[in-house]
Design a protein around this ligand. Structure first.
Ligand code: FES
Ligand code: FE2
Length: 440
């Protein structure tokens, strides 16, 4: 049954016009709002298009063509105005809708010349939510930006992490429905990297299962030492449609830059210790996670860095005619079938899976989560420090290497504790995604 998915159709299922049309039906997170505290204009390559994202002097965002319609100057070097972006070459100005609103010399020399109408540049809708800027490149009317309930959680410290990866988005997303890789990539390989050949082996996966629901797929796992009452089996984790992963206190999105490049976007929330409440975060920091060390080698110390190595290692576009799917890949098959069904739906003019259009059904949407109560309501400092999984979330950023000191300091301030001051048991424990247990 699995073999039928080893075919040419799937070789490039993550690429091409049809898949591009499909993905354009969804809002994509493309930047952190706080990035615009330092710069007003950011280059963005998205779905194979070169664009600039800007925040004008009134604070409104716009996403328009990277190049000016006059003589193609790079609008990255433009200047933001009250309502739009002005090209620095000859001063033509563009609104967030792409309309050309000023052509200074033309307006003087040939008033009423009517050039402006044909001088519009392409533009796409943008919205902000969760401290991120979201873009929509598809046909209008645009659907709604999903209002996941986590974006409204209180008393938490949120950070947004961006990384550029040299591979197609779909092989990254297939990782979101791949439970067994945790045991090997994060547990066993992670231990080998730290401890060498004498490293122990983690609990084996005994069973996995995959289910579909309104907003994506779910995987459930049972590992040695757990049973059918374990939340890893009863609740599981969410492969969020079409290109996200939700793990209880954080989201990951694999945003298509083009067929061969992906922007990894992580939204990460940690509830402050109860003693720190009420806590209101002033600004959600955004930082760029490095993928390589100073010697040019891939970083492998942190959970998502390990994933990045796997995804990029599959090639710029994974060759699915040369893979060998097995029992661990039931979720991969389910995901590919779903995408093929979505492609057929879009070809018929229908909405693909997970599109939200009814505002009444887009209010703090709850997703399956094994750590919802703890994440929402928090724990005391003592409770956090007594549990290795919770402790990890406050003593270090476990997902990616390279968190800047200024983010770390803000985080420590919010948590009311510093990693270096912690001297309790298991200080310095490895950064690992344990993949199971009550908090995961
Ligand atoms: S190239 Fe932009 S105004 Fe001339
Ligand atoms: Fe992983």
């Amino acid at each position: 049954m699995l073999d039928q998915h080893k075919n040419e159709t799937l070789t490039r299922v993550g690429t091409g016009t049809a898949m591009g049309d499909l993905l354009r039906r969804y809002w994509m997170p493309i930047a952190g709002v706080s990035e615009f505290d330092q710069v007003a204009i950011k280059p963005v390559r998205l779905m194979g298009e070169d664009l600039v994202l800007f925040r004008d002097l009134q604070g409104h965002f716009g996403l328009i063509d990277r190049h000016c319609s006059h003589r193609r100057a790079d609008l990255l070097h433009g200047m933001v105005e009250q309502q739009g972006l002005r090209c620095s070459y000859h001063g033509w100005e563009f609104s967030a809708t792409g309309a050309c609103t000023a052509q200074p010399y033309e307006d003087l020399a040939r008033p009423g010349h009517g050039l402006r109408g044909g001088a519009a540049v392409k533009a796409y809708p943008v919205q902000t939510k969760g401290g991120m800027v979201w873009a929509y490149l598809g046909p209008l009317p645009a659907p709604l930006v999903p209002d996941w309930e986590q974006f409204s959680w209180k008393n938490g410290f949120v950070q947004v992490v961006l990384s550029q990866l040299p591979c197609n988005w779909l092989q990254c997303q297939e990782n979101s429905i791949d439970p067994v890789h945790f045991e090997w990539m994060h547990d066993n390989w992670g231990a080998r990297l730290r401890d060498g050949p004498q490293a122990g082996r983690s609990a084996r996966h005994l069973r996995v299962k995959f289910e579909e629901f309104e907003h994506g797929l779910v995987y459930k796992r049972m590992r040695e030492g757990s049973d059918e009452n374990d939340t890893a089996w009863t609740t599981g984790r969410v492969c969020l449609w079409p290109n996200g992963f939700f793990l209880g206190n954080h989201f990951e999105w694999r945003v298509p830059v083009d067929d061969e490049n992906t922007l990894s976007v992580t939204w990460h929330y940690v509830h402050v210790p109860r003693e720190q409440e009420p806590y209101v975060q002033g600004s959600i920091p955004t930082w760029i996670g490095p993928t390589h060390d100073e010697h040019g080698r891939w970083i492998t110390s942190h959970v998502m860095n390990q994933d990045f190595v796997a995804w990029a290692g599959q090639g710029r576009i994974a060759d699915r005619t040369r893979e060998f799917l097995g029992a661990s890949d039931g979720g991969i098959v389910m995901l590919r079938r779903r995408f093929l069904a979505d492609l057929a739906a879009v070809a018929q003019g229908l909405d693909p899976k997970g599109i939200l259009r009814d505002p009444r059904h887009n209010v703090r949407i709850e997703l399956p989560s094994v750590r919802r109560n703890i994440a929402m309501h928090g724990l005391t400092r003592a409770e956090i420090l007594a549990n290795p999984v919770h402790r990890q979330t406050v003593l270090g950023y476990i997902l990616q290497a390279g968190q800047p000191d200024w983010v770390r300091h803000r985080f420590e301030e919010a948590m009311g504790l510093k990693a270096q001051d912690y001297t309790g048991p298991l200080a310095g424990e490895p950064f690992m995604d344990r993949g199971s247990g009550p908090a995961r």
